[in-house]
Design a protein around this ligand. Structure first.
Ligand SMILES: Nc1nc2c(ncn2[C@@H]2O[C@H](COP(=O)(O)OP(=O)(O)OP(=O)(O)O)[C@@H](O)[C@H]2O)c(=O)[nH]1
Ligand SMILES: [Mg+2]
Ligand SMILES: [Zn+2]
Length: 324
């Protein structure tokens, strides 16, 4: 039976679709395979490079997951759910309406920081003026910390989509956000044949019933050469977007206290300066983080988020210890 390398392009629970990577003998490039995992040790994530073994026509089983550059996932005390792997950037899609949760935004940024991925914030539906000032207000701490924020109207302002292009070309970006923020609308604006790519995935599956819960990998079209049409370099990577289903919760129970401290980038200059080395930045005496809040240089909301995540992480440790 043939073994070859494939890119995991869609994930439905423990069922995956993977696409053969080009340039392998006896394997038609881009061929799609239904891939299963033999057991828990081979749970895949969209973006994984797999070594698979063919088991039948267009069927294969995972033999190995090539070491990941990074893995973005959520977790509570009991289980974890992967979102994507080997990504360069996370696009956090927010909207003026329905209002977004600042808690989820904060968690997505922390997830990105701990995975070593650049977060880029998109505020969509800026064509709806009523809630724009409130949304901007909630983003102020993130702008102050230097995170890139793009104000967009994917539906009504094509120039705002154009402006995002240079930031997604040549990179693998994952779209995350609550339901209804406009992730799929953005995907379709950036990838005109996204619907066709989805169709091709669905055709390969026995039924389309899992479509709404899937994370999927989409290829960006090759960049248009504005200067001349003759030199379209066919070998350079155009980039990709990974769409994820909207979620309401973003548990980060797997993060250790130290990982958390470092993930809050505005805390970094103050690390180790609190009186107690394991300061929770609550009501301990000599807390420099709280002093920074009082001085207005750190947002109180971010410290609240830190305390909440720290609490969830400790809880998960306690539960895990009891289960052992
Ligand atoms: N006014 C306005 N509406 C928009 C804009 N972009 C998207 N929408 C609308 O917002 C709604 C939700 O968009 P989707 O792209 O389906 O949202 P999503 O984030 O993919 O949602 P899930 O797939 O449920 O996670 C749709 O009715 C879109 O037409 C925009 O720029 N302005
Ligand atoms: Mg969607
Ligand atoms: Zn402190």
């Amino acid at each position: 039976m043939k073994s070859f390398k494939a890119l995991l392009v869609a994930s439905y629970g423990r069922h995956y679709l993977a696409r053969a990577i080009e340039g392998q003998a006896d394997i038609s490039p881009q061929a799609l395979y239904q891939v299963t995992s033999r057991g828990k040790q081979h749970l895949g994530a969209v973006g994984d490079i797999l070594e698979v073994q063919e088991t039948g026509p267009e069927q294969a089983v995972i033999e190995k997951i090539v070491e990941r550059k990074n893995l973005l996932y959520r977790s509570d005390a009991y289980k974890s759910k992967s979102i994507a792997s080997n990504v360069d950037q996370i696009l956090i899609v927010l909207a003026t309406e329905p209002g977004f949760s600042p808690d989820l935004l904060g968690r997505a940024v922390i997830a990105a920081e701990t995975a070593g991925i650049i977060p880029r914030i998109i505020l969509n539906k800026c064509d709806l003026p009523n809630k724009l000032p409130a949304a901007r207000k909630m983003l102020e701490p993130y702008i102050a910390m230097g995170y890139p924020v793009h104000e967009m109207s994917v539906k009504h302002d094509p120039a705002s989509v154009e402006a995002l292009l240079p930031h997604v070309q040549g990179r693998v970006s994952v779209l995350v956000g609550q339901s209804g923020m406009g992730k799929s609308t953005l995907l379709n604006a950036l990838i005109p044949d996204a619907a066709a790519q989805t169709q091709e995935h669905s055709k390969k599956l026995d039924s389309g019933k899992h479509t709404t819960t899937a994370c999927r990998y989409y290829d960006l079209p090759p960049a248009k050469e504005s200067t001349s049409a003759e030199t379209t370099s066919t070998n350079s990577f155009a980039g990709a977007l990974i769409d994820s289903p909207g979620f309401q919760e973003f548990g980060l129970a797997h993060l250790s206290e130290s990982e958390l401290q470092h993930a809050f980038i505005e805390f970094r200059p103050l690390l180790g300066k609190c009186k107690f080395h394991n300061c929770s930045h609550g009501d301990e005496p000599g807390c420099v983080v709280r002093s920074a809040v009082d001085a207005g240089t750190i947002s109180a909301q971010r410290v609240e988020l830190f305390r909440q995540l720290r609490h969830e992480s400790h809880n998960a440790d306690t539960i895990q210890a009891k289960l052992k």
